[in-house]
Write a protein of this length. Structure first.
Length: 85
């Protein structure tokens, strides 16, 4: 397996990953990278992970010093809408 550059959130979805965020409190969350890419693009905001990182926070305790990394995305069924409304 070769190395993949994941500098933008769009790189995550292009390579088949979602974004996993975990906190020191023990909480873990999985963010749909394709949906986040679409939302940020619509809002004309940066897709660069370095600029997204300060906005990540734990939904359980509210801490902003969270860690993140790639996690394999679930396959999307053909014919369905994969984006939340």
């Amino acid at each position: 397996m070769g190395s993949k550059r994941l500098d933008k959130i769009s790189d995550y979805s292009r390579h088949g990953f979602d974004l996993q965020v975990w906190c020191k409190c023990g909480h873990k969350a999985k963010i749909d990278a394709a949906a986040l890419t679409k939302r940020l693009h619509k809002q004309r905001r940066s897709l660069v992970m370095m600029l997204i990182e300060p906005h990540l926070k734990c939904s359980k305790c509210g801490r902003r010093d969270v860690n993140y990394g790639p996690i394999w995305a679930e396959p999307v069924a053909m014919g369905g809408d994969s984006y939340p409304q």
